[in-house]
Each structure stands twice: as structure tokens, then as C-alpha cells.
Design a protein around this ligand. Sequence first.
Ligand code: PHE
Length: 452
Amino acid sequence: MNKKRSSFSGKLGFVLAAAGSAVGLGNIWRFPYLAAKYGGGTFLLIYLILAVTFGFSLMTAEIALGRKTGLSAIGAFTTLDKRFKFLGIIASAVPIIIFPYYSVIGGWVIKYFFVFITGAGQASSGDTYFTDFIGGTYEPLGWFFLFIAFTSIVVVCGVEKGIEKVSKFMMPILVVLTLFVSIYGLTIDGAMEGLSYYLKPHMADVSAKTILAAMGQLFYSMSLAMGIMITYGSYMKKDNHLESSVRQIEIFDTGVAFLAGLMIIPAVFAFSGGDRSALSAGPGLMFITLPKVFDSMKFSGIVGTVFFLLVFFAALTSAISLMETIVSILRDKLGWTRKGTCIFVTVLALIMGVPSSLGFGPLSFISWMGMSVLDIMDFVSNSILMPIVAFFTCIFIGFVIKPSSIAEEVKVTDGTFKGEKLFTIMIKWIAPIFLVLILGSSIANALGFIRL
Ligand code: PHE
């Protein structure tokens, strides 16, 4: 158990690498389309409330679990209590489901990067460009394979050399560019109406469905409830203050999501002439709206190229964390070599991702409640498995190992844990009760008993 583990070099290294995992397509691609769909300001407000309560408590819990045990999910839960091995196993299943379809979208991002760098950006602003592209067979598959290939190369190189270096310089550039594009977007005619939609909550819009969507998004965006933060915690040194690292990761992650919404939602209003139905475009929103924004800019080719390059990097650091988690779980369990495990995981992800990639074209006949294969994967992991993992994690900490054991781990650095009270109440009572309600309604909805 005490075999030597690679670890992050410094405090900033940990925060940036964890932020690198958290900040990804979830922030730039997923958050804006959900916010657009679920009432703009209403969604934003609910998300923020959940982030400082649920997000904070769960992330603290997971990182502390990892650092305390020095192991990834399955090992961490099993060491502390054998009965909870199952929890580690479900948590580990989540990245295995997400990684393949995440890479499909990562592939779309590389495609758009190539479109812009080769000077064909203007064509991509056409209305059917995106749907035509994802409806194909070989093209989306090719980009998906390429994305997985990049990810595996970094993961094969190992934690210090791979993840940390990549995260350190790309994250800050991404923030600056997003800010720049948002400010530009707000100057387009008609964008102000969109800004108000994005920022003003309307209490009448609050519904179980909105809360469910915000909750799933929170887990996804902060890489929670799937063992990732446990693995990252196991690489964290004891002299890093856990609580302040969690705060920083949260601020960073939420900040980027907020900016991405600011960049996309007002622009949707501007380009649709105020037609609100454009807001429900769903997963394609980023790929449909942004090319139009860029197309209206002076140096559209350069801006589009740089933007998609950075989104690619953000997606890559997240995909790396997904793959790294899977690899580390398999290695802890089976003792395989890093290289062998990486090859195994790569092949598995390639096979599993094919249906998601083809689900908009040749396999579009497969659908469940109007969802494509990719959406089904997304739904199963985010709206079913993650709430289950989060629920049992709360029960495990609240009633088995007790919140005080996590608090102890948080305090190891300098004896402080400011949010301890909030943490304890959240983990023991509020979070589990809320999760059962949310999960119950999500499943009832899926089975058609109720319509959210
Ligand atoms: N949190 C990442 C994002 O926002 C995605 C991700 C999901 C990464 C799940 C790891 C695990 O894009």
C-alpha cells in the first residue's frame, strides 16, 4: 500500500492540475448550453448556490479521502471500510463511461481547430455545417481517434512530466482569451438582451428539472463523484492547505464556466434576432454559435484558431485526468505496468466511443427518450451514477468514518478548517436528503412515471 506514488511538485502544481481536470468541455461546451436551456439567470443562481455548498463539501471530502489513504477510489474506500468497496467500484465505472464520449466531443473540437487554421472558418458558420459534420461516419470517427491518441501519449509519460506541465501554462491563457471573446460578443447588436437573460434569475422558472440539471453539471464540471478527486488527492502533499486549494479550484472552475456562458449566450440572442428557440440548441450550441461570432470579427481566422486550440487543451487536460484515473485504478488493483495499462484503456475507450460517435449518423436510429447514444451516456453517468456515488460518499463519511476524520485530514497542514461546520451539516444531512430526492425524481422521470 505504501508503494511510492508520484506526486505533484508544489501547491500551485496541484491546484492547476486539479483545475485542469475540472476546467474542460464541461465549462465551455456543457455549461452554456444547459444555462441557455434552463432559464439563464435562474440556472446560474442555482448553480452558484450548489457550488459553494455541495461542490465545496464533496470536493473537500474526496481530496481528503485520497490524501488520507494515498490510494485511488476503490483502494481508498476499501481500506477505510471493506463494506464500501462497491462504492469505489461504481465511482470507477463513471470515468470509464465518460472518457469515450468525452473524447468524441474532444474530436469535434480538433476538427473545428483544423477548420479555422486552414482558413475555412467561414464555412463553419453555416446553419447546417455542424449537424452535417456530426452526422457523418468516418470523419467524426477519425477526429475522435486522434483525440484519444493525444490523451494516451500524455498519460503514458506520467503525472509530473505530462499533466502538470501541460496545465501550468494553458489554463491562464484560456481565461484571458475567453474574457476577450466575451467582451467582444457583448458589443454585437442585440447581445444586451441576452446578457440580461443570462444574469437575471426568474424565480418562477425554478423547477426540479433545473435543479437536477444544475446538480449534474456541478458534479461533471468539478470532476466530482467519480473518484477523480480521490486520485488527485492521493498525489497531494500534506503541506498543501486542502481547504484553500478546494476554494481556488472552485473559483477557477466556476469562473471559466461563467465566462463561457457570457461568451455564448448573449451571442445566441444577437445572432438569432432575439428568437428564444435558438437557446435550446443543446450540445451543438458552442459549435453553432461561436463560429458565427468569430465570423463577424475582424481577425476571425486567428481568433477561431486560438480559441479552439485552447478549448482543445482544456478538453485534453480533463481527458487526461479521466484516463489517468482509470489507469491508476487498474494499476492499483492489478499491478500492471503503466504502458500496458495505457494501451488497454486506449483500446477499450476506442471501442466504447464508436457508438457515441456514430449516434448522430449511421446509428441515429438508436434513441431513448429522444436522446442519442452520446446523450444517453451523458445521462446515465451524470444524472444516475454520479448522484448515487455522491449519496453513498456522504453516508460513508457522515456515518461510517465520520466527518471529523476528514476534518482532521484537512487540518493536517496548519490546524485550520474554516468551513468545517458547513461541511459537517452538508455531508451528514443536507446533501444526502437532497440527493435522494433528486435521484428519485431523475429515475422516475427516466422511467416515464413523472414528467419533469
Ligand atoms: N470536469 C471536466 C469538465 O468540466 C470533465 C470531466 C468530467 C473530467 C469527468 C473528468 C471527469 O470538462
